[in-house]
Design a protein around this ligand. Structure first.
Ligand code: AMP
Length: 385
């Protein structure tokens, strides 16, 4: 195993090949690293940028061992990677964050049980793996509730808001009896995330809270700095630092919070990797979340998290392609807006195809500009002559 720090010229291995790997690869290339991606797919968002794209199943331990021989450190950009096959390469090459953290974060029940057990504030939840659990759980909880699959849920997939026992039963049946959790529906003022990084030496940094606005359970717009009271930001900062230490985290961790209408902070979810809400750090912060990930896993000093200017980010979902190609020339007429596209060939409703970022002197102006810029994409495109 190579001693840290892992310096430019070394090779980074990424498990997963989506847009988070792509944006990490861009930073790695800028900083003079080689970067290889591993996933079951070909011509992927990350693979298009990486030095080499390994295509094999996550369960293929021979292929994983071959991949591990080529790289100096391994990280991941996708949460649902099976952790058992990783045992075949553990100890041969550093894997950051520790796959045990990935294992916890992959499953809402494990994650919430871990957080509650360590005294962190979480949304009240009740585990359900059978009809009788459901009956007992419903008797103990107040409506409305949110029913969520314990595993493999993201962007609101596998979750339903229910207002009665009958609705809960229908939702449970629709999920084929998979283990779920019942969660109190939280009446929140706003949602925000704190993105933190920690290196193996124990140095911790984090960005100011980023405010998040969702549509249909999918992140729609992020604003930085979030419009959050200072004392709440301070509480969130303390939680983030304690959590990084409790997890012995190495890498980037995103903590998604609800601020309730009565002023309490609750953790909704963890993501042990860069997060969609942190994409605006590419233009808005001195060090982007992807550079922090690279620095953390390579055992380098972490970069400054200061924002240069207030910023807003808007996601571009596949729905925008419903009537053909979006009106790019209208968008590009906004001189202060930056376009990111992830190289995905097929646009599907709800699929994250790219995002826009803008900086401004104040967050309200950035918010307004980003909405106008995205709306302009819906205008009929000019025909090519
Ligand atoms: P999740 O996949 O759990 O992060 O949920 C996606 C989004 O659904 C969250 O960011 C919230 O906007 C909403 N949501 C999830 N759980 C709850 C809850 N218990 N109460 C209210 N809204 C929720």
């Amino acid at each position: 195993m190579k001693p840290t720090p892992i310096l430019p010229g070394s090779a980074i291995g990424v498990l997963g090949s989506g847009q988070l790997g792509r944006m990490l690869a861009m930073v790695a290339k800028r900083m003079g690293y080689k970067i290889y991606t591993y996933s079951p797919d070909e011509n992927t968002p990350a693979g298009q940028i990486c030095d080499q794209e390994f295509t094999a199943a996550y369960e293929d331990t021979n292929a994983l061992q071959g991949f591990a021989r080529q790289v100096d450190v391994i990280t991941f950009e996708f949460e649902n990677i099976p952790t058992t096959p990783l045992k075949a390469i553990q100890g041969r090459v550093p894997i950051y964050p520790n796959p045990e953290i990935l294992y916890i974060a992959q499953n809402r029940l494990r994650e919430k049980t871990f957080l509650a057990g360590k005294g962190f504030p979480v949304v009240p939840f009740y585990p359900v793996s059978s009809r009788s659990d459901l009956t007992q759980g419903l008797a103990q909880c107040d409506y409305p509730l949110v029913l969520k699959t314990a595993g493999f849920g993201y962007d609101g997939k596998g979750q339903a808001k229910v207002g009665s026992a009958q609705e809960a039963e229908i939702a449970f049946e629709a999920l084929d009896g998979k283990p779920v959790i019942l969660e109190r529906f939280i009446d929140f003022q706003l949602e925000f995330s704190v993105i933190a990084a920690r290196n193996p030496q124990g140095e911790i940094v984090h960005y100011a809270p980023i405010e998040n606005i969702h549509q249909h359970h999918i992140l729609d717009i992020s604003l930085a700095p979030g419009r959050i009271p200072l004392e709440i930001a301070q509480q969130a900062s303390k939680i983030a630092q304690e959590l990084m230490e409790t997890l012995n985290m190495v890498g980037v961790l995103c903590i998604e919070f609800f601020l309730t209408t009565d002023g309490r902070l609750l953790i909704n979810e963890l993501a042990p990797r860069p997060h969609n809400s942190g994409h605006l750090t590419i233009e808005a912060a001195i060090t982007s979340q992807f550079e922090q990930q690279l620095r953390a896993i390579c055992g380098l000093p972490l970069g400054a998290c200061n924002f240069r200017q207030p910023a807003a980010m808007a996601n571009l979902l596949g729905d925008l392609w419903e009537h053909g190609e979006p009106a790019w020339e209208k968008l590009l007429a906004f001189p202060e807006v930056k376009l990111h596209l992830y190289g995905k060939a097929q646009a599907r409703a709800g699929r994250k195809m790219g995002h826009l970022t803008t900086l401004s002197d104040d967050v309200e102006t950035a918010f307004k500009t980003i909405q106008e810029a995205r709306s302009a994409l819906k205008a009929p495109a000019t025909c090519k002559s």
